[in-house]
Ligand binder design. Sequence first.
Ligand code: SF4
Ligand code: SF4
Length: 371
Amino acid sequence: MKNCFEEIKGGLGFGAMRPPRDKNGEVILGEFADMIDKYMSSGFNYFDTARGYVGGRSEDSLKKCLTSRYPRESFVLCDKLSSEFFKSEADIYETFEKQLASCGVEYFDFYLMHALSSRSYKKYSELGAFEAAKKLKAQGMIRHIGISFHDTDDVLDMILSERPEIEAVQIQLNYLDMDDPGIRSRANYEMCTKHGKPAFVMEPIKGGRLVNLPDEAKAVLSESGGGTPAAYALRCAAGFDGVRLVLSGMSNMAQVEENIALFGDLKPLSERELEAVKKVCEILKNEQTVQCTGCEYCTRVCPKDIAIPLLISCLNSRIRYGEGGFYYEVYTSGRGRPEDCVKCGRCEAACPQDLEIRKILERTAKAFSGG
Ligand code: SF4
Ligand code: SF4
């Protein structure tokens, strides 16, 4: 059987969760295809998707821009079983079939149990998700089983001990979250190492937060001469021995080109650059901005259609620059406003960053009251 670990080329994964989109939210297919062509022709081949990404458009976009245009063996494709798509064991098989059809493939190279935590692991276990994945693997429709993970290292230890079938773990790892008591990037990475599991890194730039730095932080990095803020973040994430792959949710050709150049000649951060990164962490931790990664898991479950991550980005703009009012009106036009929140808490249950979204929305409403 094909060993996909050996077939992953270059260590840079293409995350299909933030493709280029038009003003209606539709994926701009021509641009996305060009980005994929550039990435593939530069010697990379790993693509990551999930059924809920891009409001359900990610899998189909990959079918149109990747799987229908390239031979199956030329790319490695990872999809995920997300909690909102199954309520029974039968749903798991039905969802899986739909995913294959949406992606236009007959098998997935990697299939991950999505966003596992102590709470969601219970559901995946009780409804037989791991057993289903093992059956699909035995039938050749999954090459490797894995998990994406958002919880503490003791929970990861428990899951990896109970589930030897897990072959890879996708973890959130970036310099800001390294020793964060909630995210625990370093401890989770070390747990993967302890269990001998390769780590796939997600959120290396924390949903853009480590790129859109305040001026003071940008100046610190610039003085150290280690490249752009994105380069610092990606080099930091890729610099761990057990990291097999760093995912980047690339949104335009400039990002693809920058990442390709970076991974073509990847150097870990020097001592001086690590010191600069530590200073940036101090600056960011002293800010009162909200640590949202823009993953949109919350918006998928909000009954009031509140554009939560976009409103958080407005709030962050207001805190950092005193701006954000124009886009606040754009993002609340024809959609839910923070004041419409019914406090059901579904968004908070879905948020991998454990953000207190209800309180944040109250803060947002207050920040923009009066225009
Ligand atoms: S608590 Fe408010 S923002 Fe969160 S899902 Fe419920 S209505 Fe939406
Ligand atoms: S609030 Fe949480 S779930 Fe929503 S986009 Fe931000 S990080 Fe993701």
